[in-house]
Design a protein around this ligand. Sequence first.
Ligand SMILES: Cc1cc2nc3c(=O)[nH]c(=O)nc-3n(C[C@H](O)[C@H](O)[C@H](O)COP(=O)(O)OP(=O)(O)OC[C@H]3O[C@@H](n4cnc5c(N)ncnc54)[C@H](O)[C@@H]3O)c2cc1C
Ligand code: FES
Length: 267
Amino acid sequence: MLDATHQLPAAPRVATHQARVLESRPVGARYHLILAEAPLLSETVRPGQFCHLLCPGVFLRRPMSVWRAGPGEPLGFLFRVAGQGTAALAALTPGDRLDAMGPLGRPFTLRPEWRRVLVLARGVGLATLSLLARRAAAKGIAVEAVLSAREPADLMEAEFTGGAAMAVHRVFDSDGSSAPEAVEGRIAGSAPDAVFTCGSDRLLRLAQRFAAARGIPGEAAIESRMGCGLGLCFACVRPIRTMEGVKDLRVCREGPVFDLQAVERWA
Ligand SMILES: Cc1cc2nc3c(=O)[nH]c(=O)nc-3n(C[C@H](O)[C@H](O)[C@H](O)COP(=O)(O)OP(=O)(O)OC[C@H]3O[C@@H](n4cnc5c(N)ncnc54)[C@H](O)[C@@H]3O)c2cc1C
Ligand code: FES
C-alpha cells in the first residue's frame, strides 16, 4: 500500500478564494468547463485535490476536482451538469465571482523514480485524473491512459490531455470496447510502475486486478455526497480497508484519493 495509515501530507492552508470567472462554456451535451482567476489556489493545489464550490442560490457547497491549475495558469473545473448546484455553476459567466474553498483533500502520489504510469478514467474521472496525467507527462513520465465513455461524442480527450503527449486508448460502451475483458486485453502488455483510476466501479476493479497481478501500487479517487468538506460533519464517510480492518473514513479529509486496494466502491 502506498500510505496505509492515510496520514495527511503537509498542506497549504485551506481558505475561501473569490475567483473571477474567465471562461464558462459547455463541453459536449452533458459537461461544462469553468476557468477562473485564483492565483494562490491555482499555484498550490495538487492533482487529486478538490475545491468546495459555492453554487449561487444553493445552500450546500458542491465538491469539484481541480482539472486545471498551476503557477500563472487559471484554475479550471470540468463537470457534468447533474442537478441544481452544477446547473447554477454552469450559469456563471465571465466576470462573475466563484467562491472556491480549497485546496481540500489528499492528493495523488507521483514518486520521482516512476517512469511509466497507467491511468484508467471514465466520465467525471477524466476531470479528476487530467491534472495528474499532465503533471506526470511534464515530468517525463510516460503516461498510458484508458479513456472510457458511453460513445465517441462523450469522450473529452482534448480536455483530458491538454495537448500533453500520452498513449491513449479510447473505449466505448456503444461498440463494446469498454467491457472489462476488452480493456484488459488492450493493456495486458503494459508494464507501468503505478496505476490510477477514477470514474467507475468496473474500472476500479479492473485496476485492482491489474495492479495486484503485477505487484505494483496504485491509487483511486472516489466520490461521495459532502456536507462541510472540512472533516467535521462525517457526511462523506466510506468503508475503506486499513491495517486495522475496514473503517469509515472521510472522503473529504482522508481522501478523496485512497490506496487502490483499500477501496471497495468508487461512488
Ligand atoms: C471529491 C469530489 C470531486 C468531484 N469532482 C467532480 C468533477 O471534477 N466533475 C464532476 O462532474 N463531478 C465531480 N464530483 C461530483 C459532483 O460533486 C456532483 O456531481 C455535484 O455535487 C452534484 O451537485 P448538483 O447539485 O448538481 O446535483 P444534485 O442535485 O446534488 O444531484 C444530482 C444527482 O447526482 C447524484 N450525485 C450528486 N453528488 C454525487 C456524488 N458525489 N456521487 C454520486 N452521485 C452524486 C445525486 O444523487 C442525484 O441523483 C466530485 C465529487 C467529489 C466528492
Ligand atoms: S463532508 Fe463533512 S466530514 Fe466530509
